[in-house]
Design a protein around this ligand. Sequence first.
Ligand code: DAT
Ligand code: MG
Length: 151
Amino acid sequence: MERTFVLVKPDGVQRGLIGEIIARLEGRGLKLVAAKFMAVSKELAERHYAIHKGKSFYDGLIRYITSAPVMAMVWEGPNAVALVRQTMGATRPHEAAPGTIRHDFALTVGRNLTHASDSVENGIKEIELWFSPGELVAWVRASDEWIFEDN
Ligand code: DAT
Ligand code: MG
């Protein structure tokens, strides 16, 4: 089953939106596999955002993501990567569709509340970077057959 890595970034934590964001993913039917509330070291931030190194917003991005705790999570489901990106909305909140988290709660690209993996391959890499294998919980959810089945 496909997995994706999700962060509630420091603005989401500071604004008390952890529960709202989790509720939207849970409500959609995605299954939680791992979660931890944690401070982010500069080293972890730099590895996570290595792809953006050298861009104009990179230094600010590293400062932002290390400025307060984050809620790091792994979510699972069919097409989890695309589903979660859709629920988050476009990177720039003024382009995010109504009903998405970034539309409903964010105004600027620099405080857009969440991170979600942009491909299955990056999801695998990010999960490996943020979680040890023992932190991923294998469990059967009672509702799986009512949500995951395609017939
Ligand atoms: P996403 O988080 O939607 O995957 P991304 O990977 O392109 O977007 O960029 C990572 C984060 O960097 C993004 O959530 C916010 C920040 N960012 C991206 N472009 C930016 C810009 N032009 N100015 C300021 N911050 C930016
Ligand atoms: Mg990205």
